[in-house]
Write a protein that binds this ligand. Sequence first.
Ligand code: TYD
Length: 139
Amino acid sequence: KLNGAKIIDLPKNLDRRGNLSVIEELKNIPFKIKRAYWIYDVPGGEVRGGHAYKRNQEFIVALSGSFDVILDNGKERQIFSLNRSYYGLYVPKGIWRQMQNFSTNSLALILASIRFDVADYVYDYELFKQMANEKNEHL
Ligand code: TYD
């Protein structure tokens, strides 16, 4: 569904000392990692995101706590609840995404496929829908 957006399970190395999970580019996630950023200390009720990327692909992991990611391809909408550090959400390019319901002390790690580029953002939902539908027509 949703242009290939999906939950990806990560390797879990469990032993009596605790747990270790890992992400390798092109192995656990389908892109090369150009950038990592994280979102933390989000006040209760705040919403992050609310935009799409033209080219950037992302992989989002709840390293701590929980939050919801709402994805929208201009036609369908799906909510993914992230609350474990041994899986994450792959978000292809060209998808509207919003993050909300952050729990206290939650920590979102985001791996991105391109360097930060303001020109890659689409902030206008109507423009996004237009772009998404044009793309679908050309497929
Ligand atoms: P923004 O993309 O608006 O965050 P969100 O997706 O949660 O809405 O980014 C917030 C601010 O941080 C904005 O001023 C741009 C800056 N920023 C960077 O400088 N580099 C980055 O890699 C990212 C993701 C954001």
